[in-house]
Design a protein around this ligand. Structure first.
Ligand code: CU
Length: 134
């Protein structure tokens, strides 16, 4: 008997919530992949936004596989996760400006390197990279 199917947005929200819960429970092992919930994407990497009140992403570089997701968690302050290099948005993804506590999850469906930055703090060096492998 087939399991009941959830809509894609609900599944994604559940996946993000589950990943956040797991990240909280296993704070010492932030690189662990969370199991997909109801077919949602696997959140394979977690990035802290503005830890310790600073203007940084931690870790700066994360690597996931094609089809997996990255979740950013706002620790302190107001920041954005905006794709692009040299402080210029390229339109691939954008959290918009968010204030802690908040989260943003992005699924990466194509391999490649995805530089991103924080709009208000890019000039201060608040940048990161998501590397997506096959
Ligand atoms: Cu910022």
């Amino acid at each position: 008997m087939p399991a009941p199917r959830h809509s894609r947005p609900l599944a994604s929200a559940l996946g993000a919530a589950l990943a956040l819960a797991l990240a909280t429970l296993t704070a010492c092992s932030s690189s662990d992949a969370a199991a997909p919930a109801d077919g949602g994407p696997t959140v394979a990497a977690n990035v802290s936004v503005g830890p310790l009140g600073g203007t940084s992403f931690s870790p700066v570089t994360v690597t996931v596989r094609k089809g997996q997701a990255v979740t950013w968690t706002w620790e302190e302050g107001a920041h954005s996760v905006t794709s692009g290099s040299a402080c210029k948005p390229d339109g691939k993804f954008d959290s918009s400006l968010k204030t802690a506590p908040d989260t943003f999850t992005q699924v990466f469906d194509a391999e490649g390197s995805y530089p991103y930055f924080c709009t208000p703090h890019c000039a201060a060096g608040m940048t990161g990279v998501v590397v997506v492998t096959p």
